[in-house]
Ligand binder design. Sequence first.
Ligand SMILES: Nc1ncnc2c1ncn2[C@@H]1O[C@H](COP(=O)(O)OP(=O)(O)O)[C@@H](O)[C@H]1O
Ligand SMILES: [Mg+2]
Length: 497
Amino acid sequence: MLIELRNISKTFDTVQANSGISLVVPPASIQGILGENGAGKSTLMKIFSGFTLPDSGDILLDGERAVIHSPADAIRHGIGMLHQDPLDFPPMRLLDDFLLGREGGLFPDRRGAARAFRELAERFGFVLDPEAWVDSLTVGERQQLEIMRLLWIGSHVLILDEPTTGISLPQKEKLFATLKSLASDGMTILFVSHKLEDVEFLCDSVAILRQGRLVGTAKPPYLTKDLVGMMFGREIAFPERKKSPPGASVLSVNGVSLEGARIRIRGVNIQVRAGEVIGLAGMEGSGQSIFLGACAGLTRPVSGAFCLDERDMTGRSHHDFKREGVAYLPAARLERGLVPGLSLSEHFVLSEKKKGFFIDRRRAKKLSQDRIAAYNIKGEPDSPIESLSGGNQQRMLLALLRDPLSLVLVEHPTRGLDIESTVYIWGKLKERCAGGTSIVFISSDLDEILQYSDRVLVFFAGRVSPPIKAEELSVESLGLLIGGKGWEDFERGEADA
Ligand SMILES: Nc1ncnc2c1ncn2[C@@H]1O[C@H](COP(=O)(O)OP(=O)(O)O)[C@@H](O)[C@H]1O
Ligand SMILES: [Mg+2]
């Protein structure tokens, strides 16, 4: 089926999740939809599959305008979607799950279904027992079941949203073989991912989304640096790059290995000096977050040591790290950094209380007004925190930081912010560096990493590069490293050492 999406737009509250996206997908092909978290991929696919209504835009199937106002409409048009978060089904046998959505009245033909089930499973080499219970399946097996079900109800367009998250490598290989075979049989496949290697391996064409917009398309042979450039690039006129003079060692990370639920990183070494900014670059989920958390004492290393100001802090609590002047600003700012329901002024009072001051209402108001002015926050002392925009919440978090700080650890300091806020926030962070505070930050924006870091650590699938001077990197070379290319040089270096 020939698919045309025309000018699809969708806004949630203040977020423009899709803006004017147009895309043509030819039949019998695998179309990749690539983009960082939050780029708008799932929204576009939910619109196409009838789970979300667009604010505007059209969908054409084989040249005809299609009305897709519900998942049932989509199914009638032969569009089947595998969701990023598998919908929870009540506990049932695989065969009953398989029968879901099939029109057959109250008395479905179980015997016919069982035959079809076995034939499909055999065709793709899926080992699934129709009488087993769905909740006994792994994520990969559920996916196999769901693909079979969608085929059986007559889908000829298959949408897979981040299907390789949480499945094993053999399952992934089986999935890719299945998708290639389906496409060669005439199926149109939309494959959503933020993983370059999967998209490069599988897709006949790739559309890249960034901040709700379609920023480009590419065909094989893919140039990783072009894909990365489109995924992350942001044309911003940044102020001129300023270097901070390195001071004494604030944080030293010696041969640290860490293990998280999904990732394991080994042998990280870096000495962070006073006033220095270290950027952590990489695809989301490559180990940067767990490393940043470990620098705040939130995860204990399996081996190696963390020292603050030459004092060994390995195995000490987050509270101990805080006492040594470490501040940690996680990405989920409203969930962990700010308290929904409390006003700006209440936040300031709470943060002062932690320092041991008790302040009355009038002083609280004055303090809030001063900080709101100093940090240029668009809000009133009595505004509830959740009424602020993302950029103002980020300013608020910075305004709440106590002094003096030796180290600020911050995840995505400017993600989703406009240029003005971005420049402002970095101005405030750099002010702290001038006073000797060091900053370690995560960003998926290559320009931001190159612009503000003194040195960079690159993360790729749990591997961590040695520190690289930002001036020795370009968008291209950093993009390649993030995509897993060019790591041999480091390994050679390690072998020599
Ligand atoms: N139901 C929703 N309500 C509010 N905001 C949403 C909703 N769905 C998505 N968004 C926002 O829209 C943007 C795009 O999200 P999404 O389409 O899920 O991106 P992706 O799948 O590329 O990670 C994000 O900023 C997200 O927070
Ligand atoms: Mg998504």
